[in-house]
Design a protein around this ligand. Structure first.
Ligand code: ATP
Ligand code: MG
Length: 432
């Protein structure tokens, strides 16, 4: 490496963020909540590769979607010429894995994942090029019971996190029907848009004959009047599709969950049918969709697996954390229970071994490293958020003792503890 190239400071790629302490503690807190929630609903974790064959997304998501048209990080593997893509979402990857390993051989599977996704978008608040999704997929179930379960699971999460439905998050629901119903609607839609061709933007004109349904998803406000007067898919649904939607609604109604049926809700991907839903918020501006999902009964077959119905959703972790900020939800302050203060090198070994014993008994301990004055060590102890300082004074240690000082309550007297009985007072500390 030359001297000059060494001096150029390296930076993370635009739109891809480092998640650093103390903020990373909020991520861990949220991930713990998500894991516990999935355990309560009986969903199993799945982990698939971040890099997949480009064809998976082109075939799975549809060539005329925003993601495939302009947002994918695709590249050629210089070793063998394979066309590869950093996953822009994870449903296609999960479905590929389920088909590849024949996971549905003995019935349905309920799976969840969390991880980084990549889309080449214009970075802004709530929209990044590397972002993280938590998602759940229920494969092999035709619904509508499982559709409702997934939606209720989202509500359980909001409640668990302290978000208020109706204030912080709102549910929008729609049905995209079945392919033949969409076909009839598509014809009507094209006719409608052709009559208003002068009011469509370039994107919409380009999509008019390929994928007119996606025009309804446009964020271009000047087109909204044309979109609002467009024929609605819901009017083209047959009895079975309507019954499916009604069955989902019946559960939500019985559960007291408020929602809006939004006929314009078409979702950004081609693979959806029947139930689609989004949880939105008006606290995050243009990045108002926190969570989106729906049924995708044809995707498994489309990707080469045995036909099986499926439904799922994906939730943006960054947007959820931003929303928690806006809603003033703060995770409980994290910090070790004990901060170990080590005034001199003479007691170091004894201190380290005591602290090890405490940790193996389940007490979290942050050990002061690198010497420093008592004053500095107490300052660090205070800043760490620890409840107690454990002071390994040389005289005390020589007597086989250590001092325990309460950091959060001046009135509590300092205690002297016997080094020989660490396990006992560890139990006491954990109870306190
Ligand atoms: P949007 O309309 O905001 O672009 P989308 O329809 O593309 O969202 P999905 O593909 O449904 O989003 O992804 C599910 C969730 O993942 C979104 O609701 C959002 O919370 C999150 N998400 C999507 N794209 C991004 C991104 N670029 N940065 C951060 N979060 C994102
Ligand atoms: Mg998008």
């Amino acid at each position: 490496m030359s001297e000059t190239s060494k001096a150029i400071p390296l930076q993370a790629i635009r739109g891809m963020n480092d998640i650093l302490p103390p903020d990373s503690a909020r991520w861990v807190w949220l991930e713990d909540k998500l894991r516990a929630l999935m355990a309560r609903y009986g969903y199993d974790n799945v982990r698939t590769p971040i890099v997949e064959p480009t064809a998976l997304f082109v075939r799975g998501l549809g060539a005329a979607t925003d993601i495939v048209e302009k947002e994918m990080y695709s590249f050629e593997d210089t070793m063998n010429g394979d066309q590869l893509t950093l996953r822009p979402e994870n449903t296609a990857g999960v479905v590929r894995a389920v088909a590849e390993h024949n996971l549905l051989y003995d019935g349905g599977k309920r799976l969840w994942y969390i991880g980084a996704m990549f889309r080449h978008e214009r970075p802004q608040k709530g929209r990044y090029r590397q972002f993280h999704q938590f998602g759940a997929e229920a494969l092999g179930y035709a619904g509508p019971d499982v559709d409702a379960e997934l939606i209720l699971m989202c509500r359980a999460l909001w409640r668990e996190l302290g978000l208020v439905e109706g204030r912080d998050v709102r549910l929008e629901l729609n049905s995209l029907g079945q392919p033949d119903e969409r076909c009839a609607h598509r014809e009507a839609l094209i006719t409608h848009f052709e009559q208003h061709i002068d009011r469509l933007d370039d994107d919409a004109r380009r999509r008019l004959h390929g994928n007119p349904l996606r025009i309804l998803d446009s964020k271009n406000a000047s087109m909204h009047p044309v979109l609002d007067s467009a024929p609605m898919l819901i009017d083209f649904l047959g009895a079975d599709s309507l019954a499916h939607l009604q069955a989902v609604r019946d559960v939500l109604d019985a559960a007291g969950l408020e929602y809006r049926v939004n006929p314009r809700l078409v979702r950004g991907l081609d693979y959806y049918n029947l139930t689609t839903f989004e949880w939105t918020t008006d606290r995050l501006g243009a990045q108002g969709t926190v969570c989106g999902g729906g049924r995708y009964d044809t995707l498994i077959e489309q990707l080469g697996g045995k036909p099986a119905p499926a439904v799922g959703f994906a939730l943006g972790i960054e947007r959820l954390l931003l929303l928690l900020d806006e809603a003033a939800v703060t995770p409980p302050a994290a910090g070790p229970m004990v901060y170990a203060i080590v005034p001199g090198a003479a007691v170091l070994t004894r201190a380290l071994l005591t602290v090890e014993a405490l940790r193996s008994a389940g007490v979290s301990v942050l050990m002061h490293l690198g010497g420093h004055s008592m004053k500095t060590q107490f300052k660090r102890a205070d800043a760490s958020g620890a409840r107690y300082a454990l002071v390994f004074g040389e005289d005390e240690v020589a007597r086989g003792e250590v001092a325990l000082k309460f950091l959060r309550n001046e009135a509590e007297p300092q205690r002297t503890l016997a080094l020989a009985s660490v396990a006992e007072w560890a139990r006491e500390l954990l109870k306190a």
